[in-house]
Design a protein around this ligand. Sequence first.
Ligand code: PHE
Length: 342
Amino acid sequence: MDELLQQIENYKQEVTAYNASTQDELETYRIKFLGTKGIVKTVLGEMKNVPNESKKEFGLILNAFKVFTEEKFEQLKESISANGQQVSSKIDWSLPGDPVPAGTRHPLSIVRNQMVSIFKRLGFAVAEGPEIEDDWHNFTALNLPENHPARDMQDTFYLHQNPDYLLRTHTSSVQARIMEKQKPPIRIVCPGRVYRNETISARAHCFFHQVEGLYVDENVSFADLKQTLYFFVKEMFGDAKVRFRPSYFPFTEPSAEMDISCTVCGGKGCSLCKHTGWVEILGCGMVHPKMLDNFGIDSENYTGFAFGMGVERICQLKFRVNDLRLYSQNDIRFLRQFTGAV
Ligand code: PHE
């Protein structure tokens, strides 16, 4: 029996000295001491040779040895994971990571950002305002008093509970809000969503996006307006041709609409430009003196120009999107085509 006791003592020393720094070494320890044919099992098997009167005493010793080896196993396991070592040897840390797919910006955001950044380079600041607007800022202040026939140009959604409020039909409402609280010089662009009561089709939608601009200062002329818009077209479309046509807006006088040569067919004629070679991209004009006076800006001393355009139209010309509905359908196959653009 002394022999067995001695042997257990030796094993204990071996267990104490055992060091495992990898999962494999830990496994070797487990098999050697705690496995089905391991040392602990073998030593416990010796019980049958122990004389009955010593069985109790030996039983305690053998059990303590078993607990001792098991505790060591737990210690080794903990120290390996604390080391940040491989808890499971099945992980290959040298493998390249899974790519995280980067999302893409919505084409309208891409184009709006480009538009705004062009005007920023000319010194325009960005101004924003509410989408739910009152009649004054959307119409009356812009020289469109109640019952003015030009209100029909923009089919308006009025708020059911309170028809004094409406969904803004253009971001000119933001220009009104700025003129209300700021004195010239004013040089702003107003990007934002607008709403009109139109039947949804490939060519019309009940909401769309605009970037409108306003410049009010001393000696602002129609030539300034033209140069600003020429610069915009050159930056946005390169060498497209430009033409102005006389038009009418209640808030500008004189007013014009601006066309560019069709970027799809290069001016030869296609379905986008309805075979005319020209596409209308914006409305513009010199701010009506009455509008300046509405905001206490002296129209004797100050003049201004304003313009407004649809982001969807610019986007259509840039990316050849032929159906307005695509912009809001969230079809991933459509949206994914704009990867890489910023
Ligand atoms: N607000 C006009 C529209 O939405 C566009 C415009 C803005 C025209 C400024 C002239 C001057 O149609």
